[in-house]
Design a protein around this ligand. Structure first.
Ligand code: 13P
Length: 282
């Protein structure tokens, strides 16, 4: 069907009070599994790759893979750079054809984050490619970034940041963390509502693996319109491979264990689409 930017997807979600699921993919099987789930649920979907994923196979392969799959898909699909960690990587993704870019300057001081983010937003604007940025620090470990010092997004700073950078969506830090939680995360949803009052672009929730469904729903009710899931998909994929090889220790054909791994990922993504409320919104 269509290979689209995240701009319209997120604006539609924001206006109608649901969220679009953004799913980190690592290989062709995960691309296929996520798109299958989106088609079965008639949901728009964002597929995204982090810098370490890009290091694994390169931007052109992920682009070609997702573009080809999106053209065949019955639902709108976007390809997003997740946690772009430099101006240079953001520009490479833009040139290759990614339809959405995140620049993550959240580990810089406020003023540096503004400068870096604005430079990427300005460079992407002529091509109509939307830019997501992060303010505050989401905790946990994502990629090579290990954040032991999370900091919540300040609503006043968020208002200024959005005005001064020209971004299309804002990732907020309200108590979620990347990776696996040790206990149940406590989310500062009042802070999210404050940010929502001051900022009129779509808001993004990172670190959603392991967050209870009801907590994700509450965040969507309070203004989140993109929810990122990575760890739970990696676990689902690996569990599928492990299960198949446990049941069939003699197996050696990647298509065999890949098929079960894809089924596990598709099931997980369908559950997340249900939580996001994006089923039937394609
Ligand atoms: P999780 O790994 O916690 O799902 O976080 C995903 C994410 O926010 C990717 O940017």
């Amino acid at each position: 069907m269509s290979f689209v930017t995240t701009e319209q997807m997120l604006k539609a979600a924001d206006a109608a009070g649901y969220a679009v699921g953004a799913f980190n993919v690592e290989n062709m099987e995960m691309v296929m599994a996520v798109i299958k789930a989106a088609e079965e649920m008639s949901a728009p979907a964002i597929l995204q790759t982090t810098p370490s994923t890009i290091k694994y196979a390169g931007l052109p392969l992920y682009y070609a893979n997702v573009k080809a799959a999106a053209k065949l898909a019955k639902v709108p699909i976007a390809l997003h750079l997740d946690h772009g960690n430099s101006f240079s990587l953001a520009m490479q993704a833009l040139r290759v054809g990614y339809t959405s870019i995140m620049i993550d300057g959240s580990h810089e001081e406020f003023a540096e984050n503004i400068l870096l983010t604005r430079s990427v937003a300005e460079a992407c604007a002529p091509s109509g490619i939307p830019v997501e940025a992060e303010l505050g620090k989401v905790g946990g470990k994502e990629d090579d970034l290990d954040c032991n010092d999370p900091g919540y997004t300040d609503p006043d700073d968020a208002e200024r940041f959005v005005k001064e950078t020209g971004i299309s969506s804002l990732a907020v830090a309200i108590g979620t963390a990347h990776g696996i939680y040790k206990g149940e995360p406590k989310l500062d949803v009042e802070r999210l509502s404050e940010i929502r009052k001051r900022v009129d672009i779509p808001l993004v929730l990172h670190g959603a693996s392991g967050v209870p469904d009801e907590a994700v729903r509450e965040c969507i009710r309070r203004g989140i319109s993109k929810v990122n899931f990575a760890t739970e998909l990696r676990i689902a994929y690996s569990n599928g491979v492990k299960q198949f090889l446990k049941d069939n220790p003699e197996a050696f054909d990647p298509k065999k264990y890949g098929t079960l791994a894809m089924e596990y990922v598709t099931r997980t993504v369908k559950e997340k689409i249900t939580v996001c409320g994006s089923a039937g919104k394609a």
